[in-house]
Ligand binder design. Sequence first.
Ligand code: GTP
Length: 303
Amino acid sequence: MADTRAGFVALIGEPNAGKSTLLNRMVGAKVSIVTHKVQTTRARIRGVALEGDAQIVFVDTPGLFRPRRRLDRAMVAAAWGGAADADAVVLLVEAHRGLTDGVQTILEALNERLAEGQAVALAINKIDRVKAEALLALSEKLNAAYPFMRTFMISAEKGYGVDDLRRWLAGILPVGPWLYPEDQIADLPMRMIAAEITREKLTLRLHQELPYQLTVETEQWQDRKDGSTRIDQVIYVARDGHKGIVLGHKGETIKAISQAARAEMAEFLGRPVHLFLQVRVRPNWLDEAERYSEMGLDFREGD
Ligand SMILES: Nc1nc2c(ncn2[C@@H]2O[C@H](COP(=O)(O)OP(=O)(O)OP(=O)(O)O)[C@@H](O)[C@H]2O)c(=O)[nH]1
């Protein structure tokens, strides 16, 4: 029997480095449509790629910016927590911009926050924009600043080098069962996107009231014959008091969130959506299946 492999890969880099483009290439489907307006607090799953017997789960970390306020610092810590928990990290650097201050900050943080021996690869992206000589010099400079396990020269947009990177990632992931059952993968992006849309509306609406303590799961997805889709989601909160905040006075908050989320889902799917939201209190959800919740994954075995 062939050994399967599975694990989490965190893609990091400055804004605009090409993370979404690379992800779309690797996953082969457009799943990373999620807006970037909001700094969410936990790593979230962005896509699942299959390569041979390996299942690569890409997670996205919130912006790795320079923290000033306390809340920002907490978010940055969460972002690095996501990267530190990942089985591999890929740092994307733009070939034509090189070692910017932003990249320098990330390199320092890599040195500080990641354990020695964690697999970190450098992917110099947008190589279609520069000459080969410049690439070698940049690669040397970056490798002098951090001991990357491997360096890849890629163009996420044109697809150069992307297969090599994916193969390498597949090879270094731990041996183990897949994190998502095969028959769920096709469906996964849509469910994830729908959950992410609701989570975004919650975040926008509740601002800093519930920063870390809720998660959204899409429990049911039903495409109906009349051309509409019924989506049932559960919003898990950690405490009773939080349930009240999410519901709002006379249910006004949840109603507004539901309307906003439903409108966006309908636009995205191009069909009418009936959205049913439920708020459940699950006191220890943050500790349950630590790994999944820590990584912001809405996944439960056997579901
Ligand atoms: N020339 C060139 N452009 C690229 C390449 N990869 C990405 N881009 C462009 O770079 C821009 C940013 O790409 P995104 O994938 O949105 O970058 P991102 O890192 O996800 O950005 P944020 O969401 O802001 O963090 C887009 O206009 C892409 O088309 C590449 O290999 N070559």
